[in-house]
Design a protein. Structure first.
Length: 219
């Protein structure tokens, strides 16, 4: 995760300056929404093929006039075991990991103002296979064990492009129900060679505006 910290730092800096400083809050615009979500996550295993598992998480949406900054976290709690091949190791090795953790950062566009509101965005996602390691029931030589462990350090986490498309039903200026799709191609250096597909549904609520009202604008 250390190599992804500069990306997270840049995103958090953008969060701090996302909202205009002067205009007074109107309807759903210029608000900070917190959300809870659940759904399914799909990825491809070498021998298990396409797999879909449950996932849960939370999100943060900061809206401007017709756009918003999106920051989300989700995790699938399902433990997976499958065999993977590594350079320098003659046979496939059983690997176990405790689900996938995902951090999503994107800019989204909200073109309409109707209660049923579509949105579309793009950004990047950091995907991490939690506690990835050699299956404890597997016996490897010390050299092969070291080779696999080093490979897992490099290949169990990666940052990839992200496409996001969704629809939310606004139940007022502060509350919305939503569902969206997230898709991401995974690079060759990642342990899972393919792409991830996420379908998420949840609830958003704005606890406060994206900025303090400018008292001079009200005089």
């Amino acid at each position: 995760m250390a190599r992804h910290r500069p990306l997270l730092g840049a995103a958090l800096a953008a969060l701090a300056g996302a909202a205009p400083l002067a205009a007074q809050t109107q309807d759903w615009q210029q608000r900070w929404f917190w959300g809870a979500k659940g759904g399914t996550l799909g990825y491809t295993l070498p021998t298990g093929g396409q797999t879909f598992v449950a996932q849960v998480g939370g999100e943060w949406l900061i809206t401007a006039r017709r756009s918003a900054l999106y920051l989300g976290y989700s995790q699938s709690p399902t433990t997976e075991v499958d065999t993977f091949r590594f350079s320098g190791v003659p046979s496939a090795v059983p690997i176990v990991f405790d689900g996938m953790r995902r951090i999503q950062i994107a800019v989204v566009v909200l073109p309409g103002n109707a209660p049923l509101q579509p949105y579309l965005g793009g950004g990047f996602v950091i995907e991490t296979l939690a506690n990835a390691g050699v299956n404890p029931d597997t016996t490897l030589s010390s050299s092969h064990q070291t080779t696999v462990e080093r490979a897992l350090e490099d290949r169990s986490s990666g940052g990839f492009a992200l496409l996001l498309a969704g629809l939310q039903l606004r139940l007022g200026p502060k509350l919305a129900l939503y569902g969206h799709y997230q898709g991401s191609p995974q690079g060759r250096d990642f342990l899972l060679d393919g792409s991830s597909h996420s379908f998420e549904f949840g609830l958003r609520y704005a606890f406060l505006g994206a900025h303090e009202d400018d008292v001079t604008s009200r005089q």
